[in-house]
Design a protein around this ligand. Structure first.
Ligand code: IMP
Ligand code: MG
Length: 192
């Protein structure tokens, strides 16, 4: 998606390869915002529901690309149960108030296993919104992600571990303004 080199600082932090550059992200976010404004035109409010924490940067840019009345309400999704792996059971925190009758857009930065999006679609759908969409910036090319219902996708990317634009490794790299692949050495240095 880009031949540009990884900027010096991020290269030193272990980012190996640039996958989606800043300009491409900003262009695509503007398109997604314009699409939402076009599709939702009955005068009812749009409510963006970003999934904490990774989706905050995408949601902040996306809401400014929608020339309509937009509200925002965050939701958190956390793991629970005995499992310590990321594949364990998950549950949603408190849902924003006032969803009923509104046009709701669940905003996440990446669709991976799809568990987060499926859980939120079920729980938010039960609150009778006027319409419900899922909008993700990135979707990994893996069967579980591709088979998860999702109305809006920014970019399809390879099934690799990525960081930047909200995506983290151990809470780092969220502030990187582009999406890139973290090298194995950097992953090892930050594990354990
Ligand atoms: P899910 O597997 O689709 O439920 O995605 C769960 C969450 O895992 C996403 O919202 C991200 O926060 C995180 N995640 C998935 N893939 C990556 C990645 O490649 N880098 C960083 N975080 C990721
Ligand atoms: Mg997330």
């Amino acid at each position: 998606m880009s031949d540009h080199a990884v900027p010096e600082y991020w290269l030193r932090e272990g980012v190996e390869r640039l996958l989606v550059d800043e300009a491409a992200i900003q262009r695509r976010v503007r398109e997604l915002g314009a699409q939402l404004a076009r599709e939702i035109n009955d005068g009812k409010d749009i409510v963006l529901i970003p999934v904490l924490t990774g989706a905050i940067i995408f949601a902040a840019d996306l809401m400014r690309a929608i020339p309509s009345r937009v509200r925002i309400g965050m939701v958190s999704v956390s793991s629970y149960g005995a499992s310590t792996t990321s594949q364990g059971a998950i549950r949603a925190g408190e849902l924003p108030k006032g969803i009923t009758g509104k046009h709701v857009v669940i905003v996440d930065e990446i669709l991976d296993s799809g568990a987060t999006v499926r859980l939120l679609r079920r729980e938010i759908g039960a609150l009778a919104p006027a319409s419900l969409r899922v909008c993700v910036l990135l979707r990994k090319q893996r069967a579980q992600a591709l088979s998860t219902e999702c109305e809006m996708v920014g970019f399809d990317i390879p099934d690799e571990f990525v960081v930047g634009y909200g995506l983290d490794f151990n809470d780092e790299f969220r502030n990187m303004p582009f999406v890139g692949v973290l090298g194995q050495a950097a992953i090892r240095a930050r594990s354990g």
